[in-house]
Design a protein around this ligand. Structure first.
Ligand SMILES: CC(C)(COP(=O)(O)OP(=O)(O)OC[C@H]1O[C@@H](n2cnc3c(N)ncnc32)[C@H](O)[C@@H]1OP(=O)(O)O)[C@@H](O)C(=O)NCCC(=O)NCCS
Length: 227
């Protein structure tokens, strides 16, 4: 017997949309109806259904589910805006978990969050709405991530780490246990984060905190960090 598939829209068609499409197809629960974008991308093998203004017609046509295929590198609120529009137009924005990811049964995952290939989310972790938990990340026990944050490929958040809203943890960064990363913060690729990162602050290299800045640690906007 054929599986009943829900029709799903991808808002956006860049690299993040391609990763999402791959995982959606692996799950087998949805059929991708197409994508919305101001520019069609011939390399993305789905119909372009128009721009964001077409959300009402797309929903009326029976496409009830949608995901936001727009990435986030620590700046801008495009994902928020598109998510709000999708919700306003009646779409369900589901959690997409690639079948190769491992998610503890005691972990909580918020609406619209994407768990990419090979991610590992351990016991009692809690992830907010619309996050990107990217390829091969490790979120250890009791980690908390707020809304709209992106943990990039290979990053490791050790036990009880907290990440705020709209923050970006770069690829392969390691954040040691119990460290708190604020809202709208950016951690550079490959960083080792040993101390709290204030709101609105970018750090990279070995981050030991404001008081003990290591030679490779820089607060790109010291005023915002209260220095
Ligand atoms: C930290 C980051 C956000 C800074 O970006 P930026 O503000 O544009 O900074 P710049 O590229 O101008 O770099 C400023 C300086 O910091 C250095 N630098 C930047 N990122 C660094 C990093 N992650 N580690 C060490 N040094 C870094 C640059 O070499 C440069 O040094 P210089 O002044 O001696 O030439 C960015 O470099 C980064 O690491 N982004 C994450 C990328 C990533 O994880 N992508 C995954 C996509 S899914």
């Amino acid at each position: 017997m054929d599986k009943i598939c829900q029709k799903i829209l991808i808002a956006g068609c860049g690299g993040h949309a391609k990763s999402l499409a791959d995982s959606i197809n692996s799950i087998g629960q949805y059929r991708i109806s197409g994508y919305t974008s101001p520019l069609a991308d011939d390399a993305f093998p789905y119909p372009c259904l128009g721009e964001d203004e077409c959300f009402p017609q797309i929903f009326e046509s029976g496409v009830t589910h949608a995901v936001v295929g727009i990435g986030f590198m620590g700046k801008g609120k495009v994902r928020d805006r598109v998510f709000e529009q999708l919700r306003k137009n009646g779409f369900t924005v589901p959690v997409i978990t690639d079948p190769s990811a491992t998610v503890s049964t005691t972990a909580a995952i918020g609406e619209g969050t994407f768990i990419a290939k090979g991610a590992l989310i351990n016991a009692h972790a809690s992830i907010g709405r619309m996050c990107i938990i990217n390829t091969g990340t490790v979120l250890e026990h009791d980690v908390k991530v707020g809304d709209f944050s992106h943990i990039a490929g290979g990053a490791v958040l050790c036990g009880e780490v907290q990440v705020g809203n709209h923050s970006f943890i770069g690829a392969n960064a390691t954040v040691i246990q119990q460290v708190k990363i604020g809202n709208n913060a950016i951690v550079g690729a490959g960083s080792v984060v040993l101390a709290h990162v204030p709101d609105e602050t970018t750090v990279y290299g070995v981050w030991k905190g404001i008081e003990k800045m290591a030679s490779f640690s820089v607060v790109l906007d010291p005023k915002k960090a209260g220095v």
